[in-house]
Design a protein around this ligand. Structure first.
Ligand SMILES: Cc1ncc(C[n+]2csc(CCOP(=O)(O)OP(=O)(O)O)c2C)c(N)n1
Length: 260
């Protein structure tokens, strides 16, 4: 088979002309995520922040079940796998035994706000010094687009093809708002990566969250309101627009709590 030689960009691009470089912590494995999925950009932000903080050797991610499970294929840090919903409990144990490590969970809404509600609320209520990264695409992406607790009213999914019915299914769960009420949380914020400026803002907030965890300030929760073009049955562009038009009004971006 023909081998493709890797081009050493540093030989071609002068440092003063370099506008972007892939973080070293992101490896060259081809990503399996669907076109338009937010996971890739969020992975990149984690890699950049960890790298810029000089914490590459001291960061441990905990990924449970859902599309997030494959994060360990792309980010060259230490990872621990957790059962569905259990990441905050596993992260608690890791952080308590390794106080010098920077520990975070990486969870979807089905994972964090359904099967893992108890683990999430209690870890945050204990004020564990971990970062909870919550990728909220309002759907169970990996298993075929079923309704999740955060699915919007009227939103169609494979298990509510006529749209979420409040009488039947209850209200969309604003779990970050709940977490902000707990004394153990120091930062609870809702971000997105749908535009370059949103990405920049999200990165700053993510860094603050990681710094909080190392300063022992308690639990930081960074929710990323995200797209799932496959689950939503839209093109990447449509899903980005649909998120702005329909999801942001229910899950508005910004800090819900930020204690310095
Ligand atoms: C104990 C257990 N129950 C159910 C499943 C099946 N399952 C795998 S992924 C998933 C949904 C994950 O959805 P979400 O957390 O929203 O993540 P996404 O795939 O949307 O990123 C479910 C129910 C499982 N693997 N383990």
């Amino acid at each position: 088979m023909e081998t493709i030689e890797k081009t050493d960009l540093s030989q071609i691009i002068k440092p003063e002309n370099l506008v972007y470089a892939k973080p070293e912590l992101m490896n060259d494995n081809p990503m399996h995520y669907c076109p338009g999925c937010s996971h890739g950009v969020i992975h990149k932000l984690i890699a950049e922040v960890v790298e810029e903080m000089g914490m590459a050797e001291k960061t441990i991610g905990v990924s449970p079940v859902g599309c997030a499970v494959f994060a360990y294929n792309y980010l060259d840090i230490d990872w621990e796998e957790a059962a569905h919903g259990r990441a905050p409990a596993v992260a608690t144990g890791i952080k308590r035994l390794n106080k010098d490590k920077m520990v975070f969970t990486y969870q979807g809404d089905g994972d964090l706000a359904a099967i893992g509600t108890a683990e999430t609320i209690h870890a945050a209520n204990r004020g564990e010094n971990i970062v909870i990264i919550f990728v909220n695409n309002a759907i169970y992406g990996m298993t075929g687009g079923q309704m999740s607790p955060t699915t919007l009213e009227g939103m169609k999914t494979s298990t509510c093809p006529h749209g979420r019915d409040i009488e039947l299914n209850g209200y969309p769960l604003k779990i970050s708002d709940l977490l902000a009420l707990l004394d153990g949380t120091c930062l609870v914020t809702r971000q997105s990566v749908h535009t370059p400026s949103a990405v920049k803002k999200a990165k700053r907030t993510l860094r603050k969250a990681f710094e909080n965890s190392m300063a022992g300030k308690g639990t930081s929760v960074v929710e990323f309101v995200s797209t799932c073009s496959s689950g939503w049955k839209q093109t990447p562009e449509q899903s980005n627009n649909w998120m702005v038009e329909h999801v942001f009004p229910s899950y508005p971006l910004g800090d819900l709590k930020n204690i310095d």
